[in-house]
Design a protein around this ligand. Structure first.
Ligand code: GAP
Length: 543
């Protein structure tokens, strides 16, 4: 059973050291997250896999790492200072500050054409505050999403030291196009890839790490001759989709979405979003745009840009003239990709049926939950209907629906119903013995590749042998841990929950013939294998 709600992922992430709410000792900071010991390994593996695929495994790409704080003029001429904003309106009645374009879209059933259209609708009292339904809304004003900072020791108050934390990594690549072209003696087509932090003062962050104010991007700017742009664009759409598939993402959870003419940025010729089916619905994972020659022209000296020192052009030997290349931009989020891989890998599974009397008790509690929910007047109708339907479906299919009950037990709304406390007490105990949570992460992404256990922790030779196998696997470049802190079954379960593909148990037979038991996370099958073959065979499966 895959995760039915993001809360299941959040709960596992916190419980097992993937992601924690940031600054939690001071009560946290809204929508800000810290990656724990396993989370940083997973995200690093995602970034490493991306870098390998788009830089090391290709002949037409270079890597780059630009500064986060750049000359303010970069953001003036990229257009971000003037236009990187969301329109906000204030409700004079309840003081809410919603995004005006979202209010317009929700209440008119279509996106607004521009700010004027939103403000005409506000003036005509056609839009209501989504919180209190008042039509007393202020005219919408643009709210710039860039975080401001000051460069230098003194803030003079006149904006002379004003700088921004970059809202995207892309511009650092555009303004360095000439440097890379000259130093690496590149010919078109070629691209530049960069991974780095970006910052946006998002109005509505949320859905865990899906939308945050500080995040990491993995961006490519691929430069081509005008006329060769459409084929290169399609090739990147296919390559980027294949990358997610190669790392195990289920095809049914990944789709392409062509942006409509209305959605396209003014400079874009075409843009295709790769979307993932997150528990909250289909959402953007990566955008792949044909940005034409807009960016290189914007940062080249011209009447519109007297501040640039030169031209970001390419001398075409065949045509014997300078041209401005077109740019194809596959732009992905490292945090969003990590979240998608986590969601895709998650499974709660029943491993054995609980005794009949335990199932009966559980069914009675779920039925009681359904009754209480149906009676609860303070619940919104759509929430009530969803919880009742889910409870009824679970009650009618127990014990097979036990994994599904785990999802309900993590649901924030369901936890507002009194009987859920009792249901959780009973359900969690039964689930612990009869279900397992597994992360079916691709071996290349899993935070830990192999866990090695001695059958008995008090038997010196077993411990010694297990530690020496760990060392050999480490030398083969694998991420390996040794654990002797529980019974083997419990250790398997712990490793399943964090996505470790293989567990190795060293027992008395190992001391005689050098073989160990290798247990596969996905099939739970155990195989007897010669320990000396493992470094070679396992590292081949991770490459
Ligand atoms: N240079 C183009 C660009 O930045 P974007 O669609 O704004 O395009 C690209 O961002 C990707 O960056 C998104 O597809 C998403 O994966 C990630 N991203 C954007 N905003 C984000 C946020 N607030 N939190 C997490 N990831 C974000």
């Amino acid at each position: 059973m895959p995760a039915t709600s993001l809360e299941q992922i959040v709960s596992l992430a916190k419980r097992r050291g993937f992601v924690f709410p940031s600054s939690s000792v001071y009560g946290g900071l809204a929508s800000t997250w810290d990656y724990g010991p396993l989370g940083v390994e997973l995200k690093n593996n995602v970034k490493r896999a991306w870098w390998k695929a788009v830089v090391h495994d290709r002949d037409d790409m270079e890597g780059f790492d630009a500064a986060i704080v750049m000359n303010r003029l970069v953001w003036k001429y990229s257009g971000h200072e003037a236009t990187f904003s969301d329109p906000m309106t204030d409700c004079r009645n309840c003081k809410a500050r919603p995004r005006a374009d979202h209010v317009f879209a929700a209440q008119k059933g279509r996106d607004p054409k521009n700010l004027d259209e939103i403000n005409a609708a506000i003036a005509a009292k056609e839009l209501k505050c989504p919180k209190c339904a008042s039509t007393d809304l202020t005219a919408a004003r643009p709210f710039n999403l860039m975080f401001r900072t000051t460069v230098g020791a003194v803030d003079t108050g006149d904006d002379s030291g004003l700088a921004y934390l970059r809202p995207e990594t892309a511009q650092g690549i555009f303004v360095n196009f000439g440097n890379v072209l000259d130093t690496m003696r590149r010919k078109l087509p070629f691209g530049i890839a960069q991974i780095g932090k970006a910052f946006r003062n998002e109005i509505t962050p949320g859905n865990f790490t899906f939308r945050t104010r500080e995040f990491e991007q993995m961006e490519i700017e691929y430069f081509v001759r005008p006329g060769e742009d459409e084929a290169a664009h399609q090739a990147w759409i296919d390559a980027r989709k294949q990358w997610y598939r190669d790392l195990g993402m289920r095809p049914e959870n990944l789709r392409e979405r062509e942006q409509s003419k209305d959605e396209l940025a003014h400079y874009a010729k075409r843009c295709v979003d790769l979307e993932y089916k997150f528990p909250m619905g289909w959402s953007e994972l990566e955008g792949i745009a044909n940005r034409t020659d807009y960016d290189l022209k914007a940062h080249s000296r011209s009447e519109q840009n007297p501040d640039a020192v030169g031209s970001l052009t390419y001398f075409d030997q065949q045509a014997k003239q300078h041209i401005v290349p077109y740019v194809i931009e596959p732009s992905a989020g490292a945090d969003r990709a990590t979240l998608a891989f986590l969601c895709d890998a998650y499974e709660d599974a029943l491993v054995k049926d609980p005794p009949a009397e335990e199932t009966t008790k559980l069914r009675e509690l779920v039925e009681s939950f359904v009754k209480s929910t149906a009676k609860r007047e303070s619940l919104a109708k759509d929430v009530k209907d969803r919880l009742v339907a889910e409870g009824e479906a679970i009650a009618s299919a127990l014990p097979g629906s036990l994994p599904r009950l785990l999802g309900l037990m993590e649901d924030t709304e369901a936890n507002k119903i009194e009987v859920m406390k009792k249901l959780r007490g009973v359900g969690e105990k039964i689930a612990e013995e009869h279900t397992r949570t597994v992360l079916h992460l691709h071996p290349r992404l899993a935070p830990i590749t192999v866990a090695v256990f001695p059958l008995k922790k008090n038997e010196g030779p077993l411990v010694e042998s297990a530690k020496s196998i760990r060392q050999e696997l480490r030398q083969a470049g694998l991420r390996v841990v040794y654990d002797d802190t529980g019974a083997i079954g419990k250790l398997y379960r712990r490793q399943d929950e964090i996505g470790t593909p293989w567990c190795i148990t060293v027992d008395f037979q190992t001391l005689q013939d050098g073989t160990v038991t290798v247990r596969d996370r996905d099939t739970m099958k155990q195989e007897r294998v010669a320990a000396k073959e493992l470094p070679g065979s396992l590292s081949a499966r991770v490459r």
